[in-house]
Ligand binder design. Structure first.
Ligand code: GLA
Length: 379
C-alpha cells in the first residue's frame, strides 16, 4: 500500500488509517429522526495513507485515479465532476478544523478501497472515518470515536450536502468483531450487541440506482421534519419523531403522505427495541419477523422500496437458510440484506441471483457475504 502512495508522491506516508463499510441491520430512516438503529461494520473498507506537506496544498489521489486532485487547506471549497469524491476528505478536514484541529500546512492523501463498488455498503462513511482518524493523528489532535462519527456526518451534511443521520459514520466508528452496533440517535450513544453464533450477513445489490436517489432521500427527510412540526403544533411534547407513539400519529389527521412517513419511523423505532429483545433471547423467528415487517413498512409506508428490491426480498424469504431479509440503507434502488444461518452458502446465494436474473432479463445482483468486523483504526 505504501508503495502506491510512494509512486504518486515520491515519499513514504507517515500515517495510515482504515475504516469499514456498514450494513444497516434494522432501523430504516430512524437515525435523523432521533430513533434507534442497528448496523454491522463489515470486514472490508477504505484505507488512507497520509503525509504532511510544507505548503498549504492538499493533494488527493486514489488507486484508480489519474492525476491527483488539488485543494488548499487555507481555503477549503467543494470540488465537482470526477473530483467530487474529494469532498468527503475535504469536508472532514474542514469539520476537524472547526472542531479545533490546528492545521496550517497541507497534506498528501492516497485512498484505496476493498469495498465492492456501489454495493450499498457506505464507502462514503468509510472514507470520512478513515480520513478523520488519519488527519487527527497527522495533526496531533485528540479525538474520541463519537466525535469522529459526528465530524464525518457534519462533512456529509454541510459540505457534501446530504442530510443523512449518524448511522453510517457511527457504525464505521464503533464496529466490533461478531457484534451489532446499536445507536441511540437522540442521545448519540453507541453500544455493542453480541451476534448470536452461526449466522451470516449477505448483501444483494440490485444494481438499480434511481437517478433521483439523493433528492428522494432529501424529500423523505423533509417530509419527516414536516410531520414532526405538525405533530408538535398539535400538542405533542415529544423530542423527536421516533418518540411519538403510532396511536398519536394516527390520531393527528396529518396529510396522508406525512402520516405514512411518520408511522414508518415511529413503528420502525419500536421494531429496533423489539429486535434488541429478540437478539438477547436468541429468538430467531422474531428476528426474521421484524426484518420482514421493516421491509413491508418501507414498501407500503415509507415508499423507499422498488419493484426489484421487493422481488429480491421475496426470493430471499422463500429460500432455505434465510432468517429474514429487507432493503438496507436509503432505498430507492440499491441493496437488500439477508440474515442467514451458516448453512446458507455461496451456492444458495447464486441460486437467489439466478432466480432474480430470470425475472429481470439477465440482471444478476452483486453479492457480498460479510462478517461483522472492527471499526475505524490506525494501521
Ligand atoms: C443512508 C443514510 C443513513 C440512514 C439510511 C436510512 O444510508 O446515510 O444516515 O438515514 O440511509 O436508514
Amino acid at each position: 500500500m505504501s508503495s502506491s502512495f510512494a509512486q504518486v508522491f515520491g515519499k513514504e506516508p507517515l500515517v495510515c488509517a482504515r475504516a469499514p463499510g456498514r450494513i444497516e441491520f434494522i432501523g430504516n430512516h430512524t437515525d435523523y429522526n432521533g430513533g434507534l438503529v442497528m448496523g454491522v461494520a463489515v470486514d472490508k473498507g477504505v484505507t488512507v495513507s497520509l503525509a504532511p506537506r510544507a505548503d498549504t496544498s492538499i493533494s488527493l489521489a486514489t488507486s484508480h485515479g489519474e492525476r491527483p486532485a488539488v485543494a488548499d487547506i487555507a481555503d477549503i471549497r467543494p470540488l465537482s465532476g470526477p473530483e467530487s469524491w474529494c469532498n468527503y476528505v475535504l469536508g472532514v478536514a474542514k469539520a476537524l478544523m472547526e472542531q479545533g484541529m490546528n492545521a496550517s500546512k497541507g497534506f498528501d492523501i492516497y485512498v484505496e478501497s476493498d469495498l465492492p463498488s456501489g454495493a450499498g455498503l457506505s464507502s462514503s462513511a468509510a472514507l470520512e472515518l478513515s480520513t478523520g482518524l488519519g488527519l487527527a493523528k497527522l495533526y496531533n489532535f485528540t479525538i474520541d470515536k463519537a466525535t469522529l462519527a459526528r465530524v464525518g456526518r457534519k462533512a456529509e451534511n454541510q459540505f457534501v450536502g446530504m442530510p443523512c443521520g449518524i448511522l453510517d459514520q457511527g457504525v464505521s466508528a464503533f464496529g466490533e468483531k461478531d457484534s451489532i452496533v446499536r445507536i441511540d440517535c437522540a442521545k448519540e450513544s453507541f453500544s455493542s450487541i453480541p451476534m448470536p453464533q452461526g449466522l451470516r450477513f449477505w448483501v444483494f445489490n440490485t444494481m438499480e440506482k434511481h437517478n433521483l436517489v439523493e433528492s428522494l432521500y432529501a424529500t423523505r427527510h423533509r417530509e419527516c421534519m414536516d410531520a414532526f412540526a405538525l405533530l408538535r403544533k398539535a400538542g405533542s411534547k415529544a423530542n423527536n419523531l421516533a418518540e411519538v407513539s403510532p396511536q398519536k400519529v394516527r390520531a393527528a389527521s396529518l396529510p396522508a403522505a406525512l402520516e405514512m412517513r411518520a408511522l414508518h419511523v415511529c413503528e420502525e423505532h419500536r421494531r429496533v427495541i423489539a429486535m434488541g429483545e429478540a437478539l438477547a433471547s436468541s429468538d430467531l423467528s422474531s428476528v426474521g419477523r421484524l426484518l420482514s415487517a421493516s421491509h413491508n413498512s418501507s414498501r407500503t409506508l415509507f415508499e423507499n422500496s422498488t419493484e426489484k428490491l421487493d422481488a429480491l426480498v421475496a426470493i430471499l424469504d422463500r429460500t432455505d437458510g434465510v432468517i429474514g431479509a429487507r432493503l438496507t440503507g436509503g432505498g430507492f434502488g440499491g441493496a437488500a440484506m439477508a440474515l442467514t444461518f451458516d448453512t446458507f452458502t455461496q451456492k444458495q446465494a447464486d441460486k437467489v441471483c439466478e432466480a432474480f436474473a430470470a425475472e429481470y432479463a439477465g440482471v444478476s445482483p452483486n453479492v457480498f457475504c460479510a462478517t461483522a468486523g472492527a471499526g475505524a483504526r490506525l494501521i
